[in-house]
Structures are given as C-alpha cells and as structure tokens.
Unconditional design. Structure first.
Lengths: 189, 185
C-alpha cells in the first residue's frame, strides 16, 4: 500500500514542503538565554564514582556460559525480579524515614509569574513548594529532599495552569484527570 | 539522519561539555538552533511557544547529556527531546484553548492581503497546517520538511513505520483539500 509513499508528494504538497523548509529565525538572544541557564547548572564532571559505575554498567560485554551456568543465572535473575516485584518500591507515596536525596525540579517558563511544584510528596498542595527563578530566561527551580520511592508530580504555572514535566515520563492512569509526571528516587528512572 | 551533519564535531563538543567545559555547549546550541527553531515554529504555529520549547529542549539536553549514549548522534537525540517537548506544549495549549481554529481561511489571508503573493501563500499554508491533526502535522514535517527516513522518524516518535506512513499520507491528502478551499490550487 505504501510502496510509493515517497512519490506521494504532489505538486501541491511539494510546494508546501518547499515553503516550510525556509529558514525560521527566533530571537537572537536565545543562545545567550540558554547559556545563562546552563551556567546556573552544575558542570558535568568526568570520572566521578557514579559516572564510572554508570559507564561500567553500560559497557557492552560478552559473557560465555555453559548450559548449566546459564540455567543457574536465569534462576538468579528470576529470583531478583521476584523479590523486586514483591518488595520493591512501587508506592506513589514516599516511605517514612530513611535517607533523603536532594532532587532538583526545573521548568523553563519565561512568561510565568509563578510556578509551584505539586506531587505525592507534598499532598498536591499548590502553596507548599514554590519554584524560584534561578536566572534570566525563565528557568524556575526548586530542590526537594526525597526518600527512595516513586512519585507523581506536576507544575502549576501562574496558579492555574497544570503542566507535567516535559522531560519526565508521564504518569499512567492519573485519576485526577490532569497529566502529571513520574520521578523515581533511589532506582532507575 | 538528516539531523546531525558534522557529527564528529558534535561528538568532540559533547566530550568537552561532559569533561566540565560548559561553554562548549554554546557550539552545539549555535549549530542546532535554526534547525530546531524551524521545526518548533512549524509544529506549534506560535513563535513564543516555539522559543520556549527550543530553549527548554536545549537546557534539558544539557542536563541529560550523560544519558546521550552516542555523542556522534547528539543531533537526533536532541531533536527527539524537542519533538516530545512540542507534543507536550501542543497538548497543553489545546487543553487551554480547546484549539481555537479559524474556520474562514479568508480571515488569515485578509491579514496579509496587501502584501506580496508569497506571504499570502505562506499564510494559507500556516492556516492549513494548523488544521491538521498534530500527529499528522508532526509526521509531515519530519518526513517532508526535515527529510527524515521512516526508520529515523520511528526512533524519534516511538510510532511504527506503517503508522507513520499512514499519517504522512493523510497529512498530504488533508493539505490538498484544505488548500483547495482557498482556491489556490
């Protein structure tokens, strides 16, 4: 059905595409605004212990196993998956106590007058966790110490506009009817 | 991929940024700004929203740079962040405004009726593009404006190749019908 899809551009749609390919210029100060925001963020550091561990974990490697060893490894993986599913943190609410990790929430909203963070960790209270403008260009930020767990959250812009985090995974089956995002602390995102 | 010319230069800049040289990120911003701007403006139809989306995509890419598995493919990776950001922006605006569309193409055309023929044509295209389903518009722009292959589009959007081909096909058909309404074709 689609074998000729590349030929589907008629004269009309080809003209449309050609017109849309014309360059678009945005505010020349955009670069400076981006770099001003970048300057407020921690610089990347090579070779930290976490970075080295992450690099090591991601490195492709070949493992040779005998059939018996393969069965044993499979059983081990299954056990880990079972334990994680049985006891792993899937609750939307943070566990009480335990070590807390500072988690930074960022939103770029140049035209916003206020931005609040709402989520499982503050009972979705719109006045509890305001973000602050960290630099010119509309970068809003707040750091919240969170115990290990999985949290749903969203931003409230100007007291009325509900906005999920564009860079985070969306929260499934949100009973509130408004989109929210998910952050996992102390586990894989 | 069409996105990512100068990949070895990108890889070098990414390596410098990851080594702590934040200023090197300026080279990546300068390289990709116009490409991202074009897509965001065409997709969102609003310069303010597009600037916000592009700026946000660059900042998020910087923060997530250690997760860019292949520095040579920084361009496609960055573009994927922008595509998702535009989807979020559009969905948010659609909820806010319930998608206010002009039913009369003449209203847009009238705004530029005294200008050159080219501007009138561009206004009609913008009007027609805004009336496309966002998924169709996204597919059309990625395929025929950004010149991506279907495999590349599938990687960026998470949709299957067949679904993307269908979206492009329907976008083309719809554009033809809409532009016919303006008696331009």
């Amino acid at each position: 059905m689609f074998e000729h899809d590349d030929d589907m551009l008629t004269d009309v749609t080809a003209r449309v595409a050609a017109s849309l390919k014309a360059a678009v210029r945005l505010d020349p100060a955009l670069d400076a605004r981006v770099m001003a925001q970048v300057a407020t963020l921690p610089a990347h550091r090579p070779g930290g212990p976490l970075g080295r561990a992450w690099t090591w974990l991601r490195r492709p490697r070949t493992v040779a196993l005998s059939p018996l060893a393969g069965l044993a490894a499979a059983a081990g993986v299954a056990a880990i998956v079972f334990v994680a599913a049985r006891f792993g943190s899937t609750a939307a609410t943070p566990p009480a106590g335990g070590d807390r990790t500072p988690v930074e929430f960022l939103l770029v909203a140049p035209r916003a007058a206020s931005v609040m963070l709402v989520g499982d960790f503050n009972d979705w209270t719109a006045s509890a966790t305001p973000l602050h403008t960290a630099a010119a260009g509309g970068l809003w930020a707040v750091t919240v110490p969170l115990a290990p767990g999985r949290y749903r959250y969203a931003f409230v812009v100007d007291g009325k506009r509900w906005q999920p985090d564009p860079s985070a995974p969306p929260a499934p089956d949100d009973e509130f009817g408004s989109p929210s995002s998910v952050v996992t602390v102390g586990g894989s995102l | 991929m069409g996105i990512g010319e100068g990949m070895s230069k990108d890889a070098e800049l990414v390596r410098r940024v990851l080594a702590g040289d934040a200023a090197a990120y300026g080279g990546l911003v300068a390289h990709y700004r116009d490409r991202l701007a074009r897509y965001a403006v065409r997709m969102l139809g609003d310069r303010g929203d597009a600037e916000e989306a592009v700026q946000d995509a660059f900042v998020r890419a910087y923060r997530s740079l250690p997760r860019c598995d292949d520095p040579q493919r920084f361009g496609p990776w960055l573009f994927g962040i922008l595509v998702n950001r535009c989807r979020t922006s559009y969905a948010r605006r659609a909820r806010r405004e319930r998608v206010v569309l002009h039913d009369e193409p003449a209203s847009l055309v009238a705004a530029v009726s005294s200008t050159a023929e080219r501007l009138e044509w561009e206004a009609e295209i913008a009007w027609a593009l805004a009336r496309l389903d966002p998924l169709y518009r996204e597919a059309f722009l990625l395929r025929h404006v950004e010149d991506l292959s279907y495999d590349e589009m599938a990687t960026l959007t998470g949709a299957g190749v067949s679904a993307l081909k269908m979206r492009v096909l329907r976008a083309c058909e719809r554009l033809r019908v809409l532009l016919k309404e303006t008696d331009r074709v």
